[in-house]
Each structure stands twice: as structure tokens, then as C-alpha cells.
Design a protein around this ligand. Structure first.
Ligand SMILES: [Zn+2]
Length: 126
């Protein structure tokens, strides 16, 4: 699942109009090299995030939603950090109630005013 988040926190974090994320099942990633730097932040509606950054360049690599019950069963890679970004296209847009007014959503695009329940978000199907 690849999505664009237009929430105010993602606008601030990305320094742009929206942030993109690609969700993968928890435990499906291995990392090599340096340990990433970690930053904890609160999200909207009580969500909490562990945000992982490259300790050298500061690029955000991925983030993990977590709560009192533990980690969400998926994590979100920042897809702009992948070697091949040519396939990137959001399957949906979330938090569009905060979208910048010049962002225009195409006909047929899946948009959610806020964060939908995860099962409602379309899955990437290459
Ligand atoms: Zn967001």
C-alpha cells in the first residue's frame, strides 16, 4: 500500500505539501549498516510513531506506528528513499481535509478526509 498523507504533521516533517509512505508487513525488512537514529513523535488521533532516520544525512527511512498494545502489524517506508522510485504512485490520499488548496485530486483517485481504518486503504497490486 502506497499512500500520500496530507496531514499538518507530515507537511511539517517533509517540509512539503504531503508525505508519502509505503506500508509493508511487520518483520519483512532487514537492515544493514549503521543503526538508524530514532525520533519519537505523536500523531493525530492518539497515534504514536517511531521515526527512523539515516544518522549521516538525516533522511527519514521509515516509521512504525506503536501504542500501548504494541507495534502496528506493519511499518511505513519513505518510498522516496528507494533506489527505484519510478513506480511510485499513491494508491490513496489521506488527511485531505488538510491538503493544500492547489493540490488537485484526479477523478477516480481514492481520497479520505482523515485517516481511514487501515483495512479500507487500497493495497498496491503491481
Ligand atoms: Zn500525516
Amino acid at each position: 500500500m502506497v499512500y500520500a498523507c496530507h496531514c499538518s504533521l507530515c507537511q511539517r516533517q517533509s517540509g512539503s505539501a504531503f508525505a508519502m509512505a509505503a506500508a509493508f508487513p511487520g518483520g519483512s525488512m532487514t537492515m544493514e549498516g549503521k543503526e538508524p537514529a530514532v525520533f519519537l513523535r505523536d500523531g493525530h488521533e492518539g497515534r504514536r510513531f517511531r521515526c527512523y532516520y539515516c544518522p549521516d544525512c538525516g533522511s527519514r527511512i521509515y516509521h512504525q506506528w506503536y501504542g500501548d498494545a504494541g507495534d502496528a502489524p506493519f511499518f511505513n517506508i519513505k518510498p522516496g528513499t528507494l533506489d527505484d522510485t519510478s513506480w511510485l504512485k499513491p494508491g490513496c490520499h489521506v488527511w485531505t481535509e488538510n491538503a493544500q488548496p492547489w493540490v488537485v485530486f484526479g477523478e477516480g483517485e481514492v481520497v479520505f478526509a482523515r485517516q481511514p481504518p487501515v483495512p479500507e486503504m487500497p493495497r498496491f497490486d503491481p
